[in-house]
Design a protein around this ligand. Structure first.
Ligand code: SAM
Length: 274
């Protein structure tokens, strides 16, 4: 499909307006249908993770310390997301970071909030129904978006819960535009996150954030470049870019493609100790 823009045309929504089934059309008229169907089994989303978060959706906003949320707000504002950007909020939950993303992208930008747990999405949508926010019920490993749809992919406090991380990272790469960036962020350091999940046990007891070597290797395998990772006392951030490519003719008919740095890496401006 030549057009990079995606548009959800068939909005098969539940009463709360969450899109379960999406047919996608590019502006050149080509259609692409992707694996989103109403109901659980057909989506492959009848997972323990989905039901764990669905069960906690109603009380989710009462959990989490205020100071941790303040760290999250600083992290999101520190990303330097440009006005007008199209941002994918992966594992949006009840929409904690949506207002901060909206402040960054402005009226010309767009936030697409995606979650595997529909009850989380219902609450997010009730709280933040705006013309430039849409809610998609999908697993990040199999999304309905066309290639190169987003400027930014932000995954806040979600990555450890993604069951097929390797596929998810490849999907993040696929939906990013050349020059686009992924940010995996947490309002705690890796060791604290993993200890917390271990302590909760049950369906999230094994949901771990891999160590630095494994994370960097996974993002490299997916094609990302300029991978930056910090893991400090009150925050964790991995950022990586989908670099554009330029064709270099070798005269033999076998062209090579080299990465082009489209923009300078912008490090999160959060103050960290440790
Ligand atoms: C700990 S909550 C964080 C929610 C929100 N980002 C926040 O910071 O408050 C993790 C969220 O990720 C979602 N999630 C887990 N695995 C997912 C997947 N494979 N695809 C999409 N969402 C997923 C869960 O349903 C849950 O809402």
């Amino acid at each position: 499909m030549s057009e990079t823009e995606y548009r959800v045309t068939t909005k098969v929504a539940d009463l709360r307006g969450i899109y379960f089934c999406a047919a996608l059309i590019a502006s050149d008229g080509e259609h692409e249908e992707r694996n989103l169907k109403a109901g659980g089994d057909e989506t492959g989303m009848m997972t323990a993770t989905r039901s764990f978060f669905n069960q906690r959706a109603d009380t989710w906003d009462r959990t989490g310390a205020a100071e941790r949320k303040a760290v999250s707000e600083r992290l999101i504002h520190g990303l330097g997301i440009k006005p007008g950007s199209k941002v994918l909020d992966v594992g949006c939950g009840t929409g904690l970071i949506i207002p901060w993303l909206l402040q960054e992208v402005g009226a010309e930008g767009r936030v697409t909030a995606l979650d595997i747990a529909e009850r989380m999405l219902w609450i997010a949508r009730e709280k933040h129904e705006r013309p430039n926010v849409e809610y998609i019920h999908a697993d990040i490993s199999h999304t309905p978006f066309l290639d190169q749809s987003f400027d930014e992919v932000v995954c806040h406090n979600c990555f450890p819960h993604v069951s097929d991380k390797e596929t998810a990272v490849r999907e993040m790469f696929r939906v990013l535009k050349p020059g686009g960036r992924v940010s995996i962020c947490h309002n705690e350091r890796r060791q604290a996150i993993n200890a917390m999940h271990h302590g909760i046990g049950r369906d999230v007891g094994g949901d771990m954030l891999p160590d630095e070597t494994e994370m960097k290797a996974m993002f490299t395998r997916a094609g990302f470049q300029e991978i930056m990772l910090f893991n400090k006392s009150d925050a964790y951030m991995l950022q990586a870019y989908r670099c554009a490519q330029r064709r270099v003719s070798r005269g033999s008919g076998k062209d090579r493609f080299l990465p082009v740095k489209e923009r300078k890496a912008e490090k999160a401006e959060i103050q960290l100790d440790g």
